[in-house]
Write a protein that binds this ligand. Sequence first.
Ligand code: FAD
Length: 512
Amino acid sequence: MTKRQAARQLIIIGGGASGIILLTKICGVDLDLEITLIDPSEALGLGRAYSTPQPHHLLNVLAEKMSVDKNDKLDFFRFVQPRENYVPRFLFGEYLREKLAKIPAARYRHIREKASVLERKSGHWTVKTERGTCFSADFVVIATGYEKLAPAHVLKSANNSVLANVIQPYDFERLANIDPSDTVLIVGTGLTSVDVFLELKSRGARDIHFLSRRGLVPLPHATSAAPSLTSHFRLPLLAGYSPLQILQVFRLILRQDPSLLSAITLDLRHQASRIWSCWSRDERRKFIRHLKPYWEITRHRIPRTVDEQLAKSRERGESKFHSGRILSTNKENDGLVVKFQPRRSPQVQEISCRWIVMAVDAPIDQKLELSGARNSLQLSPLGLGYENHGAPGLWLLGPPAKGGMWETTAIPEICSQADDILENLKRLVLQEGAIDLNPFCVHAEEGGESYQTHLSVATRYARSFAGISLKLFVHAVFPFWFENDASEYVRNAGPKVSRRRLKHFSVSKIRK
Ligand SMILES: Cc1cc2nc3c(=O)[nH]c(=O)nc-3n(C[C@H](O)[C@H](O)[C@H](O)COP(=O)(O)OP(=O)(O)OC[C@H]3O[C@@H](n4cnc5c(N)ncnc54)[C@H](O)[C@@H]3O)c2cc1C
């Protein structure tokens, strides 16, 4: 029987906030791991969220909740010594960069390349970069964050002359060239649109239009006077409820006390991943289509000071909000004319503007080509990164994990995922020993099982498949018998197998 030494190489793909939070946590413990961080950027730890230099781009989470050290909850708070509740976002970038600078250079290597292929072969991972360099590892973490926002994503009919007047939300150089008297249309009304509004306002803009499908703007954070849930009133465990049933629970509570909205959203946030993992693909799709915009504005809120600025600008007539679907965007004279179908009116309307700023979330459309682990790691069909069904020694961190967990993008959630990854790594690395390369065992090991366990589970499935085949055959001849058995079995079997792999992986043992 062939034996090899226990795995010890880790590759982290992506060095934004998520990748660096994980790196600092791993380097904070005594773990015998060779770490390779692959990211083309020079400035690690910043990514899209924390590379903004603007003081008016604020964190939307209180400083006392942004510590990345789970044993020192006030770590970030002390770093910034805040005078306001919500501090500029770049300070969090500085905080992460300071933590990174404290890691000895020999502890990890930074490869400034873009990963393009992730391959699983003979119990090992291989990451290939766009330049063709290959790195082999026992463990891989995908922390590749968000894709860039693409203007063409929404303005499908726009030609090149239109696109010349379309600006990306964080292209500060081009935003600075906008004359304060120019009319600007911001497409999107989420958090990114608020960033753009603040940027334009800081430069004196006086005519800003916002347009999105529903026209929903993030709510302000609740005041400290808002009621919180008490120990005798908490949400029931909602995992297993459908999106509609959860909405009904929400409505029932809010009908009795509307001021509880913020508190029950917070409670629900802690259950979100469990609820999401119980939903079928169809339920997830329905949630994204009908409920996501409402969840987003309630869950991802803005500081009250920012909300007041928006309200004042609205009152003065300097900001106008529209809801509807863009029909066409054309160049006319020096400007643009955007025609849209309003949400609750048959009458097509138009906005004349000089510039369009795109502030629309693009799907988390990952570009890593996957090979050799197709059953356990798949691209999310909903454009939410990846779904990890127990790929051995592989973890998703931050936005790419959205497909399997939903609530994965805010720093508190990223920190808790990074803590879980660290615990898994500790267990796997500290369990000194060898992995069996016996061909009878490799597949079972990859699912975190022994040969015997795998044999008994697979045999059980074989027996039940045989049973359902028999029923299906009887049903084919006598269609009034076993009418729903086969379809129900097929619907339930897939998720069951995935969950089993996941469960077994998390308690996986490397056999000595
Ligand atoms: C505008 C904005 C404001 C936010 N504000 C807050 C806030 O106030 N509070 C809060 O808690 N959360 C906030 N968030 C959410 C949260 O902080 C982000 O989700 C988090 O920064 C995600 O970091 P990341 O490293 O996962 O992704 P990113 O920041 O997108 O970084 C991904 C990194 O991966 C690299 N990469 C991508 N593809 C590859 C590849 N193929 N190979 C190698 N490297 C690759 C990129 O170069 C980049 O460095 C905000 C998010 C945004 C966008």
